[in-house]
Design a protein around this ligand. Structure first.
Ligand SMILES: [Zn+2]
Length: 146
């Protein structure tokens, strides 16, 4: 069995999500994978950076292009614990990520409802990978804030 499967990388994204929760941030984590290697990892930092655009996906994409020294992330995969929002979906499309894997759906803010064509036309989308764990992270966070 390939140890570097979707669950493996989603677990890494979850590690990032938990780091976000520890910092009082909405627990969303993301990793960018290229040739079975994590080249960038990030979590939501909107509080720390005082920046509503500092979503995990945005930070991971910026870090990944920096690592590759390339403008596009063709042949790379993004793993993110929660369905990307419209802003991130736009960034994912511009970066030409080939595969997008996400855990929990976000019916309120997720891109699927508003911008289902935001990704590259050939991009592969997989959803629901470790959905339960990813959703639990969000539920725990918002419960503790009430
Ligand atoms: Zn976003």
């Amino acid at each position: 069995m390939n140890p570097f499967n979707d669950e493996y990388f989603m677990k890494q994204a979850l590690v990032e999500a938990r780091a976000a929760a520890d910092e009082g941030e909405v627990p969303v984590g993301a990793v960018v994978v290229c040739n079975n290697q994590i080249i960038a990892r990030a979590h939501n930092q909107t509080e720390r950076l005082n920046d509503p655009t500092a979503h995990a996906e945005m930070l991971a994409i910026t870090a990944a292009v920096g690592v590759l020294g390339a403008k596009y992330l063709t042949n790379c995969s993004l793993y993110v614990t929660v369905e990307p929002c419209i802003m991130c979906a736009g960034a994912i499309g511009w970066s030409q990520l080939s595969t997008i894997v996400y855990g929990a759906s976000d019916e309120k803010r997720g891109f699927q409802q508003y911008a289902p064509k935001a990704f590259h036309p050939k991009a592969i989308v997989k959803m629901g990978v470790m959905e339960k764990e990813c959703a639990e992270e969000m539920q725990k966070f918002f419960k503790s804030r009430r």
